[in-house]
Design a protein around this ligand. Structure first.
Ligand code: UDP
Ligand code: MG
Length: 339
């Protein structure tokens, strides 16, 4: 294959406070990519408003290797926004998304490339078949979530699916067309369609630091996913309303008939209180569901940007410093906060 025909692979790496992981990640990814000679690479790191040294490391990587680009957000916008920014700014014919903590094994890349180049697939995605190293209760709720969401939505969301995947440009463009503010990528990937082959691997624990996902965050994320990809909760609350109307109708007939036949039915206020309590509870619940959809709609119509850029490789202070003092970037500008 001649040099001009080489395809470009963009590797998108969302990073939030990954100063400890990045150097190991960089070594590992290079071990894999340097053996893949039929393609070129670009690396798009997204610094998602990290509060540690991440951006300095990215500046340095980009300064030393022109294939490395980075986008640094003005604050933490979340991994979804980071992935969107990466996809939007990637130039590759193929695009991969990969975590910085090496939980997504780079060693799968050659196989993924082979799949989309030589087999009839548009995307090679990964799922973990075990959840080793994860709290039991979290795995249980995760499984339940996947079961529920697949029942109530059309988007095909695979249990254990990672965001780690290699896609053809046409799929990336389709994902970018889904410009919604409340992004639930696991759903969007499935929703856009295209032929996807799933590779399976065993769960790996992250190399450094801790997951940024607390149980509460995960719960909120899964509820957001349900709201984003299904209107079933609204349907359920309508059906519930109708059901209670029917029950009430028969209860009224029953009460009237009983009064006419036996009379003296002015008793039973405790049961009345219970019924009122339950029904008003259900009403509030249904209004709450409505509110969830309304609040998402509210955020969508505001059309706020999904992320805000603070700095990219084009503003890299190291590059401008080296230009002004004739090419020498001294080491103490690289890690100003270290020590
Ligand atoms: N991440 C991010 N923004 C966030 C949280 C996480 O860009 O607000 C990145 C993080 O740096 C990592 C990836 O998303 O590269 C996955 O995060 P994490 O390992 O915490 O999640 P898990 O692997 O446990 O699902
Ligand atoms: Mg991780």
């Amino acid at each position: 294959m001649s040099y001009q025909n080489k395809k470009l692979i963009s590797i998108i790496v969302p990073c939030y406070c990954e100063e400890e992981s990045l150097s190991v990640f960089w070594t590992e990814i290079n071990k894999v990519t340097q053996n893949m000679n039929t393609v070129d690479f670009e690396f798009v790191f997204i610094d998602d408003g990290s509060t540690d040294n991440t951006v300095n490391i990215l500046r340095e990587l980009s300064f030393n290797d022109s294939r490395v680009r980075y986008i640094s957000f003005s604050r933490n916008f979340g991994k979804e926004a980071a992935m969107y920014a990466g996809l939007k700014n990637s130039k590759g014919d193929y695009v991969a998304i990969m975590d910085a903590d090496l939980q997504d094994p780079p060693s799968l890349l050659p196989e993924m490339l082979n799949i989309i180049e030589n087999e009839d697939y548009d995307c090679a995605a990964t799922r973990r078949v075990t959840r080793k190293g994860e709290p039991r209760i979290r795995s249980f709720f995760a499984r339940m979530f996947y079961r529920i969401i697949n029942k109530i939505s059309k988007a095909d969301i695979v249990d254990g699916a990672r965001d780690y995947r290699l896609m053809k440009r046409k799929m990336v463009d389709a994902i970018l067309q889904v410009g919604e503010y409340n992004r639930f990528s696991k759903g969007i990937f499935g929703w856009v369609g295209f032929k996807t082959k799933w590779l399976e691997f065993e769960n790996k624990e992250r190399i450094h630091g801790e997951t940024k996902w607390s149980f509460r965050k995960l719960l909120k994320y899964s509820l957001d996913g349900i709201v984003a990809f299904s209107s079933m909760p609204l349907y359920i609350s309508s059906v519930m309303g109708l059901l209670f109307c029917v029950i009430a109708f028969f209860a009224i007939i029953f009460v009237i008939v009983r009064q006419l036949i036996w009379g003296g039915s002015a008793y039973g206020w405790p049961s009345l209180v219970c019924i009122i309590l339950m029904l008003s509870g259900i009403q509030l619940f249904a209004i709450g569901i409505l509110g969830q959809y309304l609040s998402k709609t509210y955020l969508e119509v505001k059309k706020r940007p999904i992320y805000i850029v603070n700095e990219t490789e084009l503003d890299n202070p190291l590059t401008s410093a080296s230009k002004s003092d004739g090419g020498a970037a001294s080491n103490d500008t690289v890690f100003p906060d270290e020590g």
